[in-house]
Design a protein around this ligand. Structure first.
Ligand code: ZN
Length: 339
């Protein structure tokens, strides 16, 4: 059963409630145990069901009463092999999930009372690595709704380097456009259009291969896609999409009429990247895009993000600190076009 639908896994709606639900490592361990074995513990080694042994000083370990083998509660989650206490991980997930704009590693380090910046950085990054489902499904595919697709340059410092684009990274975006029911309170804003799910990925360039490749990996075939008239999108029709290319998107009124949602997303994304993280290095941009996507797609259900983080985290192999810096580990992308 989806961890999000489980009433026996309470979600804290406030800081006070969080402290009441997760006062210590044992409480966090109990929550993990319940999340993994909703119907009670069953030993992964011998299959025996029944209450396992719990150790007071090792809350993350369960021991089977039959075969006496240990099972780690954090195996397969972002917390695996971490020396950071469960309580700190839960607190971190709660902060990441409930602070709408996200926070920097420095703020995070202070909030968690960690002595080492590296620990805060590592926790944040591992949580972010859990922010994309490994087998993320493609958006669109609903006959009544279309998908806006566009690309934009993100980041980069150009100070003192003259005019033009320096150190900037190209980001592709696809977003579902939905319609409010006529007669509802908000249906007169943007003709009743609003944003559904979003996908964002770093792409190499504005070639047809990069841009159409992004679309193919993120949008369900057959969807109606609206883009500007850049030649890189011209092949979408041949690739199985209904394609509507809008001419003269440089005109703000035209853009507002045909691609209103995606331009809002780009504006929000850039403000978020600059405001929270003071610009983001090229190397980590995809991770931040994943975080933005995670938050955006859950913005109507902010409290689900916490359980979702823990739930998704179970499917994700997290990088070690060394791997993060060696460049060997790649942040999951939704497109396969990350660098
Ligand atoms: Zn056993």
């Amino acid at each position: 059963m989806d961890v999000l639908d489980r009433a026996d896994l309470p979600f804290p709606h406030s800081l006070l409630e969080f402290q009441r639900l997760f006062p210590d490592d044992a409480a966090c361990a109990a929550y993990l145990e319940k999340a993994r074995w909703g119907d009670g513990f069953a030993c992964p080694h011998c299959g025996t069901a029944g209450e396992p042994f719990h150790f007071e000083n090792r809350p993350g370990v369960l021991r089977c009463r039959k075969c006496r083998k240990n099972t780690g509660l954090t195996v397969g989650t972002v917390m695996e092999r971490s020396h950071t206490p469960l309580n700190v991980w839960f607190w971190a997930a709660y902060l990441v999930a409930s602070q709408t704009p996200g926070m920097s590693a420095v703020q995070f380090q202070r909030q968690l009372g960690l002595s080492r910046y590296e620990t805060a950085f590592q926790i944040l990054h591992k949580l972010r690595s859990g922010m994309v489902r490994p087998n993320q499904d493609r958006i669109g595919g609903q006959p009544k709704n279309h998908v806006e697709v566009d690309e934009t340059w993100v980041g980069g410092r150009t100070r003192g380097e003259g005019r033009g684009v320096h150190h900037k990274v190209l980001v592709s975006c696809a977003i579902e456009v939905r319609h409010r029911k006529p007669g509802t309170k908000l249906d007169n804003r943007k003709d009743g259009r609003y944003a559904g799910r979003v996908r964002l990925a770093v792409v190499l360039d504005r070639s047809a291969e990069s841009l159409c490749g992004f679309v193919e990996s993120t949008v369900a075939p057959g969807s109606l896609i609206v883009t500007d008239d850049w030649s890189g999108y011209a092949g979408l029709g041949k690739r199985g999409y209904e394609h509507f290319a809008v001419a003269e998107c440089g005109d703000p009124e035209v853009a507002e009429q045909y691609l209103p949602i995606i331009h809002l997303v780009f504006a929000n994304l850039k403000t978020w990247l600059i405001g929270i993280h003071h610009g983001v290095s090229h190397q980590h941009l995809q991770a931040y895009l994943n975080e933005f996507t995670f938050r955006f797609n859950r913005r109507f259900y902010p409290f689900n993000a916490f359980r979702s983080l823990l739930g998704i985290a179970g499917d994700t192999s997290a990088p070690t600190y060394a791997e993060l810096y060696s460049g060997q580990w790649r942040h999951p992308t939704c497109s396969g076009h990350g660098r």
